[in-house]
Design a binder for this molecule. Sequence first.
Ligand code: ATP
Length: 932
Amino acid sequence: MPGRRTWFASDSDSSGSAADSDSDASSAAGEESEGNRSSSAVAPAIVRPEDCHTVVVLPLPHQPLFPGFYMPISVKDPKLLQALVENQKRSFPYAGAFLVKNEEHTDSNIVTASDSKKSIHGLKGKELLEHLHQVGTLAKIASIQGDQVFLLGHSRLLITEMVEEDPLTVKVEHLKEKPYDKDDIVIKATSFEVLSTLKDVLKINPLWKDHAQIYTQHMGDFNYPRLADFGAAISVANKLLCQEVLEELDVSKRLMLSLELVKRELEITKLQRSIAKAIEEKITGEQRRYLLNEQLKAIKKELGLETDDKTALSEKFRKRIESRKEKCPSGVLQVIEEELTKLQLLEASSSEFSVTTNYLDWLTVLPWGDYSDENFDVHHAQRILDEDHYGLADVKERILEFIAVGKLRGSSQGKIICLSGPPGVGKTSIGRSIARALNRKFYRFSVGGLSDTAEIKGHRRTYVGAMPGKMVQCLKSIGTSNPLVLIDEIDKLGRGYSGDPASALLELLDPEQNANFLDHYLDVPIDLSKVLFVCTANVIEMIPDPLLDRMEIISIAGYITDEKMHIARGYLEKNTREACGIMPEQVEFMDSALLALIENYCREAGVRNLQKQIEKIYRKIALQLVRRGVSNEPTQEITLVEASEQHTGVDIATEVENKSLRDALAEDVSVHVTQTDLSCENINVVSLTTKSEVDHNINEGMEKVMEALVDSATEKVVVDASNLDKFIGKPVFQPERLFDQTPVGVVMGLAWNAMGGSTLYIETVKVEDGKGKVALVVTGQLGDVMKESAQIAHTVCTSILHEKEPNNPFFMKSKLHLHVPAGATPKDGPSAGCTMVTSMLSLAIGKPVKKDLAMTGEVTLTGRILPIGGVKEKTIAARRSGIKTIIFPSANRRDFDELAPNVKEGLEVHFVDKYSEIYDLAFRSDSGTRAS
Ligand SMILES: Nc1ncnc2c1ncn2[C@@H]1O[C@H](COP(=O)(O)OP(=O)(O)OP(=O)(O)O)[C@@H](O)[C@H]1O
């Protein structure tokens, strides 16, 4: 750190001042060794240093200046600088250099030389004096360049008093070492130690070697005080210790202090060296490894063991596409070839390289021209469809027709099947079955909430992290070009913020367009015409029209109780039992339990909830069986037997961990054995596997007890209607029917939504009557269409009443309130029109409608009945509520006729064109046309 240390002049500086310094140095040396010999060498015009009794003060921020050492210092105070320049001109080139005290004030500020000067610069006169050590060095001004002043230490000074404030000038006294005995052994020993330590320092840090030589040139041979000064001057360890050395006039003590400094310097030098060595080693180690790696690569390449990255990659891609070269479109082959050539020209570390590699990876991994052999065997398909799903005869028939056409044509392309229906009716699982029947690979992705077209069409390659769209990803993961792709929740497609996802799907699905589907990422046309697309939706009305237009809709309306019973028995219960690892002989699931489950817990159209409840029941059964200790795993048995072998001869009670059994064995066992409680938790079946041990260790009576326990443990768990609530809690559904016989003003209507069909009551009451009070209030969270429907119904019933009972003035003077429970469920649609008319008329004529009657149909102002949707769902809902007679619009006759016989069975259905027919059916039990 030469900047912070005293410097040595190389030799006589070639300037006049350097020549002076030489003479000064020798004179200073002369003072100590041979008296005042040096005075004869100094030019008489120049003031002798010994005659300097008043000096300008130079504050030193970092280290004291030692006699014989050079120190550069930057003087910022212009007045001080001016004084020094003038002194030099006046042949009085001297100043007093004093170290700034290590006080908080100065220390915190003295960070760099310039900073420290700045802070000292602010201090003047007495204040500055207080911040300086009183012992310093008489410094000869060797040269001044700008504000850089080069000082050469001469001798020690002590400030005696202040003479001038600015620049600070002080009176000084020259200090001399105390006389000492040159032969003193302590001094000798200390100086040897200083010398040997200095040697060590010089060995490690050869920089100081030169300095030592120069010092001896300036100061003559080392003597003890100079040796002590030298040691202190070269050390950077501690400025205060250095100052102590400067202040110490006792040579022995000075040597000791210097030794401490030199030792510290040695430690610092050693540490510095080891740090440097460690860093050097690290760098050379890395370089070595790199070099060796490069050599290894070169050797491997030479031996043909390994080609470089680019060649290896190109070969990998070529190999992949080689097997499909015949089937791969020529356009794609050309692009691959171009990209491979480009790859060779790119720098392996460039970003373009990785983009090209990724692109080639996608291009070559796709199953160009690879198809799975399609199976158009209708019988096989029928078997598979029946195997996976109960009922759904019409759906299966449509699928078989589709397969039959495929057989005749030789391919099944060109159709998009859309399975629509409420949740949990098996749309997704039918899709999977179709794939199995046709021997196609199955891939499913959901577009519910999808709003970014890039998900379908991919990102352009220019984007960082670009990816191809879902379809290309599908082809990659499936590995054939003719999979069955199930696009779930197509009715919940999001509205795009970047492009329209519906249009992107159209391009994907449309048989006219998808033979040349262009993914933004791949940028080469892909033939998707062999892919069979099956979509699922809950509400077809929500599917974008252009998409709907291209689809073959197959609706699945939901299941009636009978169908649910079959599905539950034949599929759900069996699958769940197997999934839970329970044997058929361990459980008895009664039909009554299934029926109660369906009617009281799972009334929705689908069977997903039914499946969940059955799973819940089986989980509980599994827990019971495990608590009893019944296990179907052989390994567990072995463990138990082993465990019992280790404890042969021990009392049985200690063998059995379960406290209840221990209690049972010890006390009244028969209580537990005879109990029929399904939970049977207090019977531990550890005894089953330890039975042989038990035989050896317990007496006859105890043996009988164990046998009884075994019987009890293997007892079946029975689930029936009476204990169903123990498994799944109390029923969640109350009966939909509020009235056995609907009162006056109340009529049952039929409704449907995405979840299936349901029955709903429409109630009308008179609020008040009187002339001019005619009004209708509607409540029940009705939508606009339904509110309008109520208004229409009000008008229609007025005219009907006028026609049927001309003398009845009811509607001319009554304020009515019409309500549709349940009030918290929003409702809308026109199909409750005829029900509303009937409800108001019932109130007007004071007659309840026929028992077990439900109706649905939109009514016009002139009393005509228009068709409605969801005939199957509504019929199923009516059956569930125990309805015997249903009134449908005539236009829905076709829908009803298409229903399966088991759905229509036992129902009296009437089809009407005009409201007057409903009037007759509802209020006159003897009339009406029976339709089925
Ligand atoms: N007819 C059936 N026979 C046997 N199992 C059925 C039948 N219908 C539905 N399931 C079973 O019901 C469960 C739910 O069916 P799935 O997931 O296919 O319903 P989804 O109609 O696709 O519902 P979502 O609209 O919510 O997607 C499946 O385990 C399925 O096997």
